[in-house]
Design a protein. Structure first.
Length: 146
């Protein structure tokens, strides 16, 4: 406000008039609120400018912040700390079954004696059909899986 407006505002207010006192109070409240908002606007403009400048800075490692004081180990946790082990449920209806049988002898050394033998099942869903593959696994006497 310039000096003329301030003078006219002061002259128009009559301390004996209740309406003038209420108007003066309202004007004071609005001026205080205006000052608060201008302060907040300056603060936000500063933040916007800071973000704008940070977007033009070089890429890592210069743009990275300070390293963590106590960082966690990278990767998955081992053993019980890993969390819930989740598996898909076995399908209720199987359309086709395939068996992958073991050869009679070890393909590498030619030995025929098994030390350990077990069966694994694999399920594949393909265009709505469910296929079950039964895979026979064994460890031959030479120590290699077959």
């Amino acid at each position: 406000m310039d000096a003329k407006q301030e003078k006219s505002t002061e002259v128009a207010l009559n301390p004996a008039c209740p309406g003038c006192v209420a108007a003066a109070k309202r004007i004071a409240d609005l001026e205080r609120r205006n000052a608060e908002l201008e302060s907040r606007l300056k603060q936000l403009e500063g933040i916007v400018e800071q973000l704008r400048r940070s977007g033009k800075r070089q890429a890592a490692p210069f743009a990275r912040g300070l390293p963590k004081l106590d960082p966690k180990r990278p990767g998955r946790k081992s053993g019980e700390d890993y969390g819930t082990k989740a598996f898909r449920t076995v399908p209720p209806v199987i359309d086709e079954e395939y068996d992958a049988a073991l050869p009679g002898r070890c393909p590498r050394c030619g030995g025929g004696q098994f030390i350990d033998e077990h069966v694994a099942h694999q399920y594949q869903v393909e265009k709505g059909d469910i296929h079950r593959f039964t895979i026979f696994l064994a460890v031959f006497a030479a120590g290699r899986a077959g």
